[in-house]
Design a binder for this molecule. Structure first.
Ligand SMILES: [Zn+2]
Length: 436
């Protein structure tokens, strides 16, 4: 196959100097983390019904009671009573092809809506994505900031699953575990199909509607030990080896989940590094020099001040930071980011120029997180057209003019011819699947 033509970024901004400041960091992490039920409504999808809202709350209450039971009545997670119904910025099909079942984008929109960020978010967001036609997203979850006790988390399931999947309750208990930081049991060397933990995929744990399984999943000693590390979500839980570890059981070293990338924010590691240098609250830099520092401001005040500065049209680079990481104002035109760092800004470009540039940079850097913004909004529509082939997640070919049938034939051929590679393909940005 021919390689895709590569479009290079024409102009690249000089890197801004790193600001110097001696402000000691204060920890903005919330004292308590609770589970917030959320209905994420893509802009073309129906709002949740009263019955769906009641069903989600009932499922969460059952999961909350089950955690309490499994922890011997010592503690369980807190649950917010009223679901948040949030209408997304885009239609369902714009989210559908995004990596990680769009979880990064869902999290980014909700954090912005809640006027919080990965450090200050006091919730594990239990998100039901309104999608009445298919079980997408089927289930996924993470703590926002890796490991345990670093703040909030994220769970995503679909309204199709809520309505039609009899095992929804089991899925929810499992995904909430990830949201609090729990890993799959294979990280401890246990079987994913036979282990007793609700963090396995043991089919014996399958629930039926609101009814538990006759052989339900439990929390094994590693799970309890890990939850006890999460003081913000399980403040009363203490791990007691004499009580929590059966005689003869060899408890494994606790494993942790990585941080979740959030579009438009630097990675957790970059954020932490900047936070150690910078202050909390708002900082404004012009030409690399800190000209304003407001430790008590919220994000809204910070954005207003940053926009005012940008409107002055100074020739010097302007950068705002909130809680130590870059704040994005609604800047005109096109901005390009590599792994969360802005590498270019073209205020006069059209949307079409922006999309072409973003596509070129994405195909040239398949292993990097390449994002573009146009007039401040994240560009979701830059997925390449036609057929794309991937070996082990790296794009090896792109045929923009092929039909779906040509793509399927090519995928079948490559699945056979390259059996040792992980072969996958996309058509119009959506994963191609071969029915077996
Ligand atoms: Zn899982």
């Amino acid at each position: 196959m021919k390689q895709a033509p590569v479009i290079l970024l024409i102009s690249v901004l000089a890197l801004w100097p790193t600001p110097q400041t001696s402000h000691a960091e204060s920890n903005p992490a919330p004292k308590r983390v609770s589970v917030l039920p959320v209905f994420f409504v893509p802009s073309d999808q129906p709002q949740p019904t009263v019955a769906q809202q009641a069903a989600l709350i009932k499922h969460l209450r059952i999961a909350q009671a089950r955690y309490k039971e499994l922890l011997g009545g010592r503690d369980t997670f807190r649950l917010e009573k009223t679901p948040l119904v949030y209408v997304g910025r885009h239609p369902l099909l714009a989210y559908r092809p995004l990596p990680g079942d769009a979880s990064h984008e869902f999290a980014a929109e909700l954090l912005a809506h809640l006027k919080t960020d990965r450090f200050t978010c006091p919730y594990v967001l239990a998100i039901v994505v309104m999608n009445p036609c298919e079980n997408w997203p089927a289930g996924g979850a993470r703590p926002l900031n890796c490991g345990f006790n670093h703040g909030g988390g994220f769970v995503e399931v679909s309204s199709y699953g809520l309505d039609k999947n009899p095992g929804f309750q089991g899925t929810l208990q499992h995904e909430l575990g990830h949201g609090f930081g729990l890993v799959h049991v294979d990280a401890y060397g246990y079987s994913m199909t036979d282990n007793e933990s609700l963090m396995s995929y043991n089919p014996k744990h399958h629930t039926a509607g609101f009814e538990p399984s006759k052989t339900p999943g439990i929390l094994i000693p590693e799970d309890i030990r890990a939850l006890a590390l999460n003081d913000r979500a399980f403040g009363k839980l203490e791990f007691k080896p004499s009580k929590d570890v059966p005689a003869g059981y060899k408890i494994q070293k606790i494993a942790q989940l990585p941080a979740w990338p959030i579009p438009g924010e630097a990675s957790f590691e970059e954020d932490v590094a900047k936070r150690e240098k910078g202050g909390s609250g708002f900082e404004l830099f012009v030409g690399g020099k800190r000209v304003a520092y407001e430790p008590t401001w919220n994000r809204r005040n910070a954005l207003a001040r940053l926009r005012k500065e940008l409107n002055r049209k100074s020739k010097k680079p302007v950068e705002g930071r909130f809680n130590g990481h870059v704040l994005h104002a609604d800047e005109k035109g096109y901005q390009l980011f590599f792994n969360g760092v802005r590498v270019g800004h073209e205020p006069a470009w059209t949307m079409q120029q922006a999309i072409e540039n973003l596509r070129g940079n994405r195909s040239r850097r398949p292993q990097m997180r390449v994002e573009g913004r146009y007039n401040g909004e994240l560009i979701l529509w830059a997925e390449p057209t036609g057929y794309e082939l991937f070996f082990n997640g790296v794009r090896v070919g792109h045929e923009p003019k092929w039909t779906k049938e040509q793509g399927l034939a090519n995928l079948r051929f490559n699945l056979k011819a390259n059996a040792k590679q992980h072969v996958s393909a996309r058509f119009e940005g959506v994963e191609l699947r071969i029915e077996r």
